[in-house]
Design a protein around this ligand. Structure first.
Ligand code: SF4
Ligand code: SF4
Length: 410
């Protein structure tokens, strides 16, 4: 079938663009730098939630590695935003040049329309990009007030200018100069990695060079399947299929599993020990991430003894120990934490307020004392527990603690 890869690629580009826009707006993946939050799959993670942030990063990074080992540079041709928007900019330029060639518009008007179109697109793209790091409504407010004084506003303006220059001047040159992924791919790929390969055992090539003319990277795939410029976009496959179909012959360029491996259309990815191992590692990171998310508590409770003084003897004859608490409500709703004591007979919690209420996203630190009758402790150090119960999640936690009393009280 002729032109199928091109059509598929353009559809995937559209889906990727929609995903690129949706990710920050629906908090699927977003780093909120001002608020020090990381959003992943709808979870609001605090930067100090190390295990989850670590597993998320490792999982996403390793997913990229696995995709490269299996499918080579397919990411570049099908999913990369730089490629998608560079091609869109080239498409716009080509359309306007066609209008100039037909004398429907002047060269100057075509240039002006091109720059105006890319400028408008740059504002939108820069907005979406910065929304990965700044809350979108806050960012919109900064954009509408033309804020170029705050960090968010300055970043938005700078990214807009860089985007404009990127899609008017740099475009696909980025892939072969600045982007390290193409070079990294050389290290990750092996004899079973997907690549675009020219095979002409029966010397059918008619030297039409259509594959070269339509290659967005301007290379000749017939020279080698390992050219660093090749982004595996398959435009050359479509070109050759189309030209040779007119002679009722099959195309000479194909997706293949390695230089000597079978064609991708004939066989699925060949598996080997390396692929099994990387899939196991990926599954481990996915498992770690899933476990860390499942064990996550919406309200973080930390209690630690304040040992600047070991204990205090009250006028009421009781022994007092001081403790500090830190609470962080990482959930999306109001919460309240109730403190209580276990295994410390006759003890009382001396707190300003119990329960302690917390609005969504808020942190609170405070201190309290626990008093126990002097002489009630059989030991200098008594082990007991502080229980916390969080509403509305009904999440309980038992925190082991020690109570100190003067030796004479034994
Ligand atoms: S499009 Fe096919 S036939 Fe034409 S030059 Fe390229 S490989 Fe040869
Ligand atoms: S050689 Fe073919 S697959 Fe590689 S970039 Fe050019 S058109 Fe795309």
């Amino acid at each position: 079938m002729v032109n199928n890869w091109h059509r598929l690629r353009k559809r995937i580009h559209l889906i990727c663009f929609l995903i690129f826009v949706a990710l920050p707006f629906f908090n699927i993946v977003r780093f909120d730098i001002p608020r020090e939050r990381f959003y992943f799959a709808g979870f609001e993670l605090w930067i100090n939630e190390f295990a989850i942030v670590f597993f998320t990063m490792m999982f996403l990074m390793f997913l990229g590695v696995v995709a490269s080992i299996f499918y080579g540079r397919v990411y570049c041709g099908y999913l990369c935003p730089q490629m998608i928007f560079s091609e869109a900019s080239l498409w716009l330029e080509a359309r306007l040049q066609k209008l100039v060639a037909k004398r429907q518009i002047s060269k100057i008007l075509a240039r002006a329309l091109f720059y105006a179109g890319v400028a408008a697109a740059s504002v939108v793209l820069a907005f979406v990009f910065v929304a990965y790091f700044v809350e979108p409504r806050d960012l919109l407010h900064r954009l509408l007030t033309l804020d170029i004084r705050t960090a968010g506003g300055i970043s938005g303006a700078a990214v807009t200018i860089v985007t404009f220059l990127d899609f008017t001047v740099v475009r696909l040159k980025f892939c072969t100069t600045v982007c390290p992924y193409g070079y990294l791919q050389g290290l990750l790929g092996d004899g079973n990695t997907l690549l675009v390969h020219y095979r002409d055992e029966s010397h059918t090539c008619i030297e039409c060079k259509k594959c070269v003319r339509l290659c967005p990277m301007g290379i000749d795939i017939r020279k080698s399947p390992f050219q660093v410029e090749c982004i595996h976009c398959a435009e050359c496959i479509d070109a050759c299929d189309e030209i040779l179909a007119k002679m009722k012959k099959p195309g000479l360029i194909h997706y293949a599993w390695g230089e000597k491996g079978p064609l991708a259309r004939d066989r699925r990815q060949p598996w080997d020990a390396k692929r099994v191992i990387v899939m196991i590692i990926l599954a481990c990171y996915a498992g770690g991430l899933f476990t860390a998310l499942a064990m996550r508590r919406a309200v973080l409770v930390r209690v630690a003894p304040d040992r600047t003084t070991m204990y205090r003897l009250g006028a009421d004859g009781r022994v007092y120990n001081k403790f500090r608490y830190t609470l962080a409500n990482r959930g999306g709703k109001q919460a309240a934490v109730v403190f209580s004591l276990q295994q410390l007979p006759g003890a009382r919690l001396e707190m300003e307020s119990n329960p302690v209420s917390l609005t969504a996203g808020a942190s609170k630190a405070g201190e309290f004392e626990i008093s126990a009758p002097r002489g009630a402790q059989r030991e200098l150090v008594t082990h007991f527990s502080i229980l916390t119960s969080t509403a509305p999640d009904q999440d309980t936690e038992t925190i082991p603690m020690t109570f100190l009393a003067p030796a004479g009280s034994q």
